[in-house]
Design a protein around this ligand. Structure first.
Ligand code: GLC
Length: 472
């Protein structure tokens, strides 16, 4: 169906090398995916799981080399799957040669990053101040994320040109497009003289109009598929979403639709209840949006079945029976994978975010056990574990498995005109996880009854009341 694309996200270390990923493509292809999006595979010191890039045109040795990448492209071509890479534009690693040169005031590179004489009172996304003093240069640099991730200065045309070349480098090697990391915060207000946001907080930094101008210029010369990851989802209005995606992006996520129990980034120490009604309201608002990409989980969230305390098949129905133009499946979701039992020792956690949150909670007076409970439940490391391929094969052979249910739903989503194009009419939402809605197209009414708690059977019925698909 035109405008309908299925994206499948791979967090590469959870599968292995590029060769390992290539080996799994035939299996993944059976979900009938259009794109695989690979989280960063670039050369990196791996402080933020690859989102701290030290060389955008070199493959990190843990994944192999360029010839392995060529092999992956060949295999994907065979299965008619296109590759999206993860373009981390907002920042590099402090290990990137650009930063090293900028620190040393190299005339070409000195304005590649956001350097200030005095820090602003901003907080970084991972907690703590967003400005750090750099000993080499004797100035403060901005990092909206970790201190090892300095923000690039997108007002500098040389930086934009660098990324034009990087995009060309990868499209020449068979890449079809990019998922663009932190896409809405490239141009920030740090350069406004004396600019201090009223509240020291992340969400004051956006300069959407300038960011959009930069992105439109950057992507316009290439025939590529682009999907945005705007941060600060709850604060994103439809007007901002449409402004961001007007030309530069084919599709965009909205993290706000994943945040239903204060569990996403806020990492509360107490276990929060899932606010189903609130969540369904958000979904009803966002899913009819033509460029909205509906994801239930990513490498930044715990597993959906654990977070939403819901049945895997019903979650699948939610994703594919609501309007869904660019659904994105996160590796392992199609098996109904739940959070694993993570370690009780914070030193075992690879992710920078888990450790920073742990430190913050301890600092706020929580004891070790309380802090670890919050980390275990909410950590991004929940989603970054190796895929269980033995389980995959078992489910592949079991007619009633979650995997085969996903395959059936995806087929329906692709072939049924009412599911593909119908408008959404919400009938009922309850705080216990019931969501009833209709899909309406050219006089046809389908009725969807979803029960995330699985107390009742979830069904899709056509106008004649016949069941097209059901969770049990
Ligand atoms: C995005 C990524 C996340 C990363 C951050 C900084 O939100 O999804 O994993 O930590 O950007 O690059």
């Amino acid at each position: 169906m035109a405008g309908h694309k299925l994206i499948y996200q791979i967090y590469p270390t959870a599968i292995g090398s590029l060769r390992d990923i290539a080996d799994k493509i035939p299996l993944i292809a059976r979900l009938d995916v259009d794109y695989i999006w690979l989280s960063p595979i670039f050369f990196s010191p791996w402080i933020d799981g690859g989102y701290d890039v030290a060389d955008y045109t070199k493959i990190d040795p843990r994944f192999g080399n360029m010839s392995d990448f060529r092999h992956l492209v060949t295999v994907c071509n065979k299965y008619d799957i296109k590759i999206l890479l993860d373009l981390v534009l907002n920042h590099t690693s402090t290990e990137h040669p650009w930063f090293k040169a900028s620190e040393k005031l190299d005339p070409w590179y000195k304005d590649y990053y956001v350097w200030l004489d005095r820090p602003l009172n901003w907080n970084s996304f991972f907690g703590g101040p967003a400005f750090d003093y750099d000993q080499v240069r004797g100035k403060y640099y901005l990092h909206l994320y970790d201190r090892s991730q300095p923000d690039l200065n997108f007002y500098n045309p040389r930086v934009v040109k660098e990324f034009k070349d990087i995009i060309k480098f990868w499209t020449n090697r068979g890449v079809a497009g990019f998922r663009v990391d932190s896409a809405n915060i490239l141009a920030d207000s740090a350069f406004k003289p004396g600019y201090l946001p009223r509240i020291a907080g992340f969400f004051n930094y956006y300069q959407t109009t300038q960011t959009v101008d930069i992105l439109e210029k950057l992507f316009s010369q290439h025939n590529i598929f682009t999907i945005a990851e705007p941060v600060g989802g709850n604060f994103m209005s439809k007007a901002k979403f449409r402004e961001l995606t007007r030309k530069a992006f084919d599709a965009s996520f909205n993290i706000g639709t994943l945040d239903v129990a204060d569990t996403l980034f806020s990492m509360k120490d107490k276990i929060q209840k899932v606010h189903y009604k609130q969540w369904f309201k958000k979904l009803a608002k966002w899913t009819p949006e033509k460029k909205f990409s509906f994801a239930l989980e990513t490498h930044d969230t715990p597993r959906a079945v654990s977070r939403f305390e819901a049945d895997a098949k019903v979650l699948a129905m939610l994703q594919f029976l609501l309007p869904s133009y660019y659904p994105c499946i996160y590796q392992g979701q199609e098996l109904g994978t739940a959070n694993p039992e993570l370690s009780n020792n914070i030193d075992d956690y690879p992710g920078v975010q888990s450790r920073q949150i742990y430190q913050r909670l301890r600092h706020e007076g929580k004891n070790k056990a309380q802090a670890m409970r919050a980390v275990k439940r909410n950590s991004r490391d929940n989603a970054r574990q190796p895929i269980d391929w033995a389980e995959y094969i078992l489910q592949d052979h079991n007619e009633d498995s979650v995997l085969n249910f996903y395959r059936k739903l995806i087929h329906l989503w692709r072939t049924d005109v009412v599911i593909a194009n119908g408008s959404l009419k919400v009938r009922r939402t309850t705080s216990k996880g019931v969501f009833d809605f209709d899909r309406v197209y050219k006089g046809k009414h389908y009725h969807v009854h979803l029960d995330l708690s699985n107390r009742t059977v979830s069904t899709l019925k056509n106008d004649l009341g016949q069941i097209i698909i059901s969770s049990r």
